[in-house]
Design a protein around this ligand. Structure first.
Ligand code: FAD
Ligand code: NAP
Length: 435
């Protein structure tokens, strides 16, 4: 039987582990921290969780939960990080594979063993051989600071923080704060700042459609235009719905989005528009430079600041691979169906997607494909077919999305889940018919 190493026991790693456990496949799962849940464990001993005290999910619980393990009915629609971490912990016990996870043990190095497998060195000093490796180390933990840094950032007299290091409101209290970005971190941190800081400025280089958490009294991701509609129908409908329910972004002093709805990762916030309407958050264009204790913006205006919080996103990083083996420069990585390395057999990348929707049900389905691949029930297509699929997907993404390092791994959850199901069927067929 083949042996597999799973790197990480976040929501992705445990979804794959569960699929393998159910099929009796042999695996070791190594986890840096002392518990499962990764990013959702506030203060995780792994030292790399990006979660903060006020964090709640922005995909509703029904959208996020695994298909065969609903979140408790007493949970609110948008639970806090500790509810979510507890849910992942319960999932492991419910399906009974905790013993297969080795906690407080990091994977330090992975390299080909020259025999079609991998040598994996872990922080306990052991080196083991595996036939395959499942990379589930997450992609929201390595902060991407502004590139290049703003002029004057090296002599700025205030503090500069990346959102990854934001933990609670004490970091904001009684300060003049500039929050940079228009993604979900910027929304949450600007709202926190609006209650605790002296002054809050939200600075952005481009506008976004801010999506409320509820519409027609239901979570928007359960009540908006149906998922099965094609994107070119669904997104214009959504844009019109937002216009009638929320109004124009410029009504709140925000920049007009320079793209259509659905052409950027969604920014969801039930609270920011209210805080903008109360005048508790001021809006500025991008930062031009930092000078002494002053932030100068691109429109020439200036503001004194004690703290600048860069909510500028994350890098995809694999610290355990040699760079010339596998890397994701500028967040670009070529993977067949977003999860299979086309050149290196036995190397899988579940959860390496940024869904319009949630990662967990996606990782669950990817776990099935990985398991069937290991069982020999699913076979990959030829290398040229894989490369052609990767090229076509990249071309479609380039055409649709705003050019940004945050848009290299986007998927629409439901469409991608359907694509995976079709892929599973096609791969089963390929496995039945010898090439
Ligand atoms: C602030 C924030 C809020 C978010 N909110 C949502 C949301 O509402 N809905 C949503 O769907 N997504 C959200 N996301 C996206 C987030 O990536 C997913 O929710 C989820 O955490 C992905 O799970 P994962 O297992 O892929 O990664 P992670 O949760 O990052 O887990 C990776 C695990 O791998 C372990 N690990 C890493 N390296 C090693 C190593 N070398 N050896 C051993 N173990 C290792 C880590 O310790 C960790 O436990 C959010 C992200 C952020 C930053
Ligand atoms: N409550 C929640 O559930 C929650 C909270 C926080 C984060 N998240 C999730 O966590 C992930 C990361 O979110 P994030 O908001 O941290 O990052 P993100 O989605 O990558 O957004 C980064 C933002 O910073 C801007 N930016 C990047 N570099 C810049 C620069 N040099 N100068 C000016 N602006 C710059 C980007 O603008 P461009 O668009 O122009 O590139 C974008 O507005 C997402 O999946 C998000 O949904 C969820």
């Amino acid at each position: 039987m083949t042996r597999t190493c799973i790197i990480g026991a976040g929501s992705t790693g445990i979804a794959v582990a569960k699929a393998m456990h159910e099929r009796g496949l042999e695996f070791d799962c190594f986890e840096l921290g002392d518990r499962v849940g990764g990013n959702w464990v506030y203060g995780n001993t792994n030292g790399v969780s990006s979660s903060y005290r006020s964090l709640h999910i922005n995909t509703s619980r029904e959208r996020m939960e695994y298909s065969d393990f609903p979140m408790p009915k007493h949970y609110p629609d948008f639970p806090r990080h500790d509810h979510i971490a507890a849910y992942f912990d319960d999932y492991v016990d419910h399906f009974g594979f905790r013993d297969e996870i080795t906690f407080e043990t990091g994977v330090e190095h992975v390299a080909p063993d020259g025999d079609g497998g991998f040598e994996v060195r872990t922080s306990d000093g052991e080196t083991r051989r595996y036939d395959s490796v499942v990379v589930a180390n997450g992609h929201h933990w390595d902060p991407r600071w502004p590139e290049p840094p703003f002029p004057g950032s090296d002599t700025f007299e205030g503090e500069q923080l990346h959102a990854h290091y934001y933990k609670d409101e004490a970091q904001l209290r009684d300060k003049d704060v500039v929050v940079l970005g228009m993604g979900n971190s910027a929304m949450d941190i600007a709202v926190d700042a609006s209650y605790h800081s002296r002054r809050t400025i939200l600075s952005a280089r481009r506008g976004a459609y801010i999506v409320p958490k509820y519409i027609f009294g239901r979570p928007l991701d359960r009540a908006g235009p149906a998922d099965h509609l094609p994107a070119k129908v669904r997104f214009p409908l959504m844009e019109r719905l937002l216009r009638t329910q929320v109004g124009k972004m410029t009504d709140y002093g925000l920049p007009e989005p320079d793209h259509k709805f659905g052409h950027a990762h969604p920014t969801v916030s039930g609270r920011i528009l209210d805080r903008l309407a109360h005048g508790a958050i001021e809006v500025k264009p991008n930062i031009a430079a930092l000078e002494g204790e002053t932030v100068r913006f691109e429109d020439g205006s200036e503001a004194r600041a004690d703290l600048v919080v860069y909510c500028t996103g994350y890098k995809i990083t694999f610290p355990f691979f040699d760079e010339d083996f596998v890397s994701a420069k500028d967040n670009e990585i070529r993977l067949y169906r977003r999860m299979f390395h086309p050149e290196i057999g036995g190397l899988f990348f579940p959860g390496l997607v940024q869904p319009l929707g949630a990662i967990m049900p996606v990782a669950e389905r990817q776990g099935v494909l990985i398991s069937e691949a290991l069982e020999g029930r699913y076979a990959l297509p030829s290398r040229p077919e894989m490369e052609a699929e990767i090229d076509a997907t990249r071309a479609a993404m380039k055409k649709r999305y705003v050019a940004s390092k945050r848009h290299t791994i986007q998927v629409d959850q439901e469409a991608y889940m359907r694509e995976l199901l079709k892929e599973l069927e096609a791969g089963r067929e390929r496995a039945r018919v010898p090439a």
